[in-house]
Ligand binder design. Structure first.
Ligand code: ZN
Ligand code: MN
Ligand code: MN
Length: 285
């Protein structure tokens, strides 16, 4: 199989362009970043010079794919109207920051309905996305829905739910999807068994379309199949196990889809290198 796009969520400590530097040192050709502190609503505007350095360093690097993960505070179907308003405005800011940096995808969890029900939640999420797209008309950056574990009242733990959201969005060409392996496993898709893995990919293709799959979050799961609990584990140390990741790494349908680790790590991200080595060792050609 040809060279795959592999890497990890990478820190922007010291400046957004520092993520590129770290990726180069660690040998990643694909990364995910936050463009701001992910636990805060507010962010300083990106300085022009930071944007320039980011773009120049990216161009001169071996990094071929960058995706942004939005802030964890954003909930596009929040029950509290004030939080919903804040979320919608913060989501638009996230899209604007991606656009300034030339990042083509903003990955986000659809939302947690907080008791209003899944159907209403789905409608509200689509409405939020439509507002954001309207406000960012002509932007190249698209919205990437991430599959969730379905913890609490989180929406997005079935492909049907993601399909319904996309159905309700006007600019469908701006919609893409990211499969998180730990999330789908906790949601009940048993990717550790090759027949079940295969069925899941076929289901994804039927309901959403494989052409919309633009990223994979590669995480093992600390929690059991169907637990609906979102806890990431190092590759091979969780309930998905090496066979599950072998299914993914050797799937030609996913050969060109970037694969990004979101496993536990320290400051120097050395753990990422070990997890990536395990994944690369699984590739059979
Ligand atoms: Zn996520
Ligand atoms: Mn994820
Ligand atoms: Mn997670």
């Amino acid at each position: 199989m040809n060279k795959q796009l592999l890497g990890a969520h990478t820190s922007i400590a010291g400046g957004v362009y520092m993520a590129i530097e770290r990726a180069e040192i660690l040998g990643f050709n694909a990364i995910q970043i936050f463009t701001k502190n992910n636990n805060q609503w507010k962010a300083k505007d990106l300085a022009d010079v930071d944007i320039e350095i980011f773009k120049m360093n990216w161009k001169n690097s071996g990094v071929e794919f960058i995706v942004t993960h939005d802030s964890y505070l954003i909930n596009l179907c929040a029950k509290d109207p004030e939080i919903l308003e804040k979320s919608r405005s913060a989501f638009i800011t996230e899209l604007e920051r991606c656009e300034l940096l030339g990042i083509p995808f903003l990955n986000f969890h659809p939302g947690a309905h907080g008791g209003r029900g899944e159907e209403d939640g789905i409608k509200l999420i689509a409405e939020s996305i439509n507002i954001a797209h309207e406000r960012t008309k002509g932007f190249n950056v698209g919205s990437m829905l991430e599959t969730t574990a379905g913890q609490g009242t989180n929406i997005g733990y079935t492909f049907e739910q993601l399909g319904k959201i996309i159905d309700l969005v006007d600019g469908k060409n701006r919609m893409t999807v990211c499969i998180d392996t730990a999330h789908v496993f906790a949601a009940g898709y048993d990717i550790s068994v090759s027949e079940n893995y295969d069925r899941m990919i076929k289901e994804f293709d039927e309901i959403i379309g494989l052409e919309k799959l633009k990223c994979l979050h590669i995480n093992d799961s600390k929690k059991k199949l169907g637990s609906r609990v979102d806890r990431h584990e190092h590759i091979g140390d969780g309930y998905i196990g090496m066979d599950g990741f072998s299914n993914i790494m050797n799937d030609r349908r996913l050969a060109s889809v970037p694969k990004i680790l979101e496993t536990p790590k320290g400051k120097d991200q050395k753990e990422d290198l070990l997890n990536l080595a395990k994944l690369k060792n699984l590739i059979k050609n």
